[in-house]
Write a protein that binds this ligand. Structure first.
Ligand code: WTA
Length: 579
């Protein structure tokens, strides 16, 4: 079978020979990077910030932060001082090791100071995306029994403090606060003025050393059923963050790195905080909303060299057109990566044309804490494939009994248990946790995929999304990928719609690019496009145009919401949906 390949671009990568690394790599060697290997004193925040602040990188910029109002930068030394101050505030409130401290606010330097400060204290941090409404906030704070929340006056009304008996403190990041008045509305907790407290706090702090298996961070994520689950990671995850940062992000001393994800989602912490700073890289954080102009401006302004984003963003940039990209100087870019959903080959081709660079797909999940299957700068790429397992990771395609399947057979994407950033718990839900490990020795991802004869993995869909139509198995991603190749299609979501004759038929929800109007002719043209470009059985029998498709913040089109719309059923938990 002839596969489209894209050659390696350039030389001098941190990882130079993938096959060699697979043979020789061991996680225990990575432990030696960290001082705790000898001292036994572990803390993620020490390795990410203080270590550099005490060494040659002390005056290097750790964080560039900007949004429409602010434009700031902080060296590693300054990051150490600020996070120490935040740790001192939390310490004064009586927060201790193991307590859950949630951070519910838009991106800002204060978010990063507080998060690192809480980690320095040995607390478990829980980042919450700013768009969560009251119900979503309640679910998470209730389940985790959080004792403190760091938030802003704007978001405070969404913290239902009276319903949360464990919650004792709210730290407010805002100007001119009337704490007395606000305390009347939140009589069961103590409110504190972050800026005032910071002004009085010492910049020195005795970091709390923990065990490498002590909990670090709790990320809530939604499954196909039930309430969001709290996925717990430990400090030891730093091995994975560090090493994937080195070999997949390919971070080097002079890099300026930008991960576009919000820390409310795992990409925004594992790769927006830990991986870059464990590697001592300069990290760019851009607040505010997405716009093609603003994002290109950010790359130009900071001379970003390594850029980690998501397929939705790349598709929107593609939708905005090449002319917008041409107005900015993007020549600093040397490495681009993607995560969160399938990266369409069409987008990769477009990236090659416009950025003159390959976009490297990476696969992982909230539960896996770090990258597992990736495209490496040193490796030939096959567009549409998420790449090969990271050295030290064993991945395979297995059937429902745990038997490995031969190449090209679709099955459960599974990982041999035991990588450093693997979740250690689902908070207060052992049963859910055990479901992932129901086949002995394997972590079952819930994704379906196949591998080719050269060991590249190809994503097919969530196990529950695969469509059976007239006896044919169709992965919705394949159809969606084809659909977005059509010039009129901006985004597409494909579901199986129950059908008395065929079992299911394929139905596509489509949003159009600017300049195109919905019409019956266009539907037919798109249908023919898939029929001729992919397969007759894969062509959507039904097409519905929508202004916008329901998506998670990490950019996944929520097929389950499309399906619920279609069937007139309740849409379930929408707390991870964008907007
Ligand atoms: C999907 C985001 C295709 C997959 C880090 C997985 C992907 C889920 C890819 C986890 C990829 C992630 N190609 N699908 N490269 N990366 N996914 O927990 O279905 O928000 O199970 O973690 O996203 O999403 P989560």
């Amino acid at each position: 079978m002839k596969t489209e390949t894209i050659e390696v671009q350039g030389t001098g990568f941190n990882l130079q020979d993938y096959e060699e690394a697979r043979r020789t790599f061991s996680w225990s060697d990575v432990e030696k990077v960290f001082s705790w290997y000898e001292t036994g004193k572990v803390n993620m925040a020490y390795e990410a910030i203080d270590r550099h602040a005490e060494g040659e990188r002390k005056d290097k910029v750790a964080l560039y932060y900007s949004d429409a109002q602010r434009d700031e930068q902080y060296t590693f030394q300054e990051m150490k001082a600020k996070s120490n101050q935040a740790a001192n505030i939390l310490h004064k409130l009586g927060i201790k090791k193991g307590d859950r401290v949630f951070i519910f606010m838009p991106r800002s330097p204060e978010l990063y100071f507080s998060l690192l400060g809480a980690i320095k204290l040995g607390a478990i941090v829980g980042p919450l995306f700013e768009a969560f409404m009251e119900g979503a906030v309640r679910d998470r704070l209730e389940n985790s029994e959080a004792v403190a929340v760091v938030t802003t006056p704007e978001l405070l009304p969404r913290v239902p403090s009276k319903d949360l008996p464990a919650l004792k403190h709210i730290l407010l990041v805002g100007d001119n606060l009337d704490l007395e008045q606000l305390n009347k509305e939140h009589p069961t907790v103590q409110l504190h003025d972050y800026h005032k407290e910071m002004a009085d706090a010492s910049t020195a702090f005795d970091i709390v050393w923990v065990d490498k298996e002590d909990p670090l961070i709790l990320h809530y994520t939604s499954g196909s059923t039930g309430k969001p689950k709290g996925v717990l990671h430990v400090h030891y995850a730093m091995l994975q963050h560090y090493q994937t940062g080195k070999w997949v992000l390919d971070l080097k001393e002079d890099d300026v790195y930008w991960c576009t994800a919000d820390p409310g989602w795992v990409t925004g912490t594992s790769y927006g905080i830990f991986a870059p700073w464990l590697n001592g890289a300069t990290n760019v954080i851009r607040g505010g909303r997405f716009s093609p102009e603003d994002w290109y401006y950010t790359i130009e302004k900071y001379k970003v060299t390594v850029w980690y984003s998501a397929p939705t963003a790349f598709r929107m940039l593609m939708g905005a057109g090449e002319a917008v990209a041409e107005r900015y100087d993007l020549s600093s870019l040397r490495h681009i990566l993607s995560v969160g959903e399938p990266l369409n080959p069409e987008v990769i081709r477009w990236g090659l044309q416009v950025y003159k660079l390959r976009i490297h797909d990476t696969w992982w999940m909230t539960e896996t804490g770090g990258m597992l299957i990736c495209n490496y700068p040193c490796m030939e790429m096959r567009p549409g494939s998420m790449g090969k397992p990271f050295p030290g990771i064993e991945a395979d395609i297995i059937d429902d009994e745990g038997n490995p399947l031969p190449p090209y057979q679709m099955g459960n994407l599974a990982i041999k248990v035991g990588w450093p950033s693997m979740m250690r718990k689902i908070w207060k839900n052992e049963e859910k946790y055990n479901e992932y490990f129901r086949l002995k020795g394997w972590y079952i991802s819930g994704d379906s995929a196949y591998k080719d004869e050269d060991g590249y993995f190809w994503f097919q869909g969530r196990v529950d999304d695969v469509i059976m139509t007239a006896g044919e198995r169709v992965g919705p991603f394949e159809v969606e990928s084809k659909l977005v190749e059509h010039p009129a299609v901006a985004e597409a979501g494909v579901i199986g719609k129950p059908d008395p004759v065929r079992g299911e038929i394929i139905k596509a929800f489509i949003s159009l690019r600017a300049g195109y109007e919905p019409s019956e002719e266009l539907k037919e043209e798109i249908r023919q496009f898939v029929k001729t470009g992919l397969a007759a059985h894969a062509a959507p029998r039904e097409i519905e145009f929508k202004d916008k498709l329901p998506k998670t913040r990490s950019g996944k089109i929520m097929r389950r919401v499309l399906k619920a719309w279609e069937l007139g059923l309740p849409t379930g938990d929408l707390s991870t949906m964008e907007d």
